[in-house]
Design a binder for this molecule. Sequence first.
Ligand code: C5P
Length: 272
Amino acid sequence: MNSASATPATAVIVVAAGSGQRLGYGMPKAKVPLGGDTILTHALRGVAAAGVAQQICVAIPPGDQELQALCESFVAEIQAAHRLNATSGQAVQLPVVTVVEGGASRAESVRAALAALLPGTEAVLVHDAARALTPEAVFHRVAQSLAAGAKAVIPVIPVVDTVKTVERTTGDGAAIAPELVTGTAARESLRAVQTPQGFELATLRRAHEAAGGFDGGQAAAVTDDAMLVELLGVPVHAVRGASQSLKITTPLDLIIAEGLLEGPLGTRWVEG
Ligand code: C5P
């Protein structure tokens, strides 16, 4: 990076190559309708509106022409907005949009996108398309932490439920209940982790190179990028996330997301 306080050249990776089976729409989640558009369109607009990226790199399911076309429409949309802003004297930099084919796992999709980042990129934010309504302020908090010197930073929110660990009940116990509690985590120190997760690019590349040697079980346990960086022993910092950054995963999440878009507080309600 240029210096501790300068803004590094930043790319945002949007991973949108998941199957979305839990949503039950029978199509990749990125294509699922939300507020008259698609989940991916909302996610991409949120990234563009945040204005932190010189490049937006989108990972879509291999061979998905519809999502490819959707990304092209998004490019046309931001180019038109850019022309309009330029005529009114408020030109901001137009990000380069790159589309890559994702992999069989989220981590593989991230790796495919990392390989397509422009030379000179210093920092990267990795964002789930499924967190389509993430407020701009969250992108800014993550980007500011990177500019201040963090090598890894994640947005988090406090956990409201008590969280316990369990194991499957075996033997006679199985007739009583399917699972047995093995412990209770201290709730005050628990955080639910969201995206965009921000990294110094070299650090995230190193973390993903190390993960390339994982066996099937280890690879399946990788649910975010920060945990790979933690394994390198690099400190991961946390900034405040937002409840409307919810990951649209189940039909209930989609109802909540629709409600946020249609609600009386406006199309992009942002909590304080
Ligand atoms: O399935 P999960 O909830 O972990 O997905 C989180 C994000 O990762 C989603 O935006 C999804 O599209 C993306 N993903 C991907 N490639 C995969 C699996 C998930 O880009 N193979």
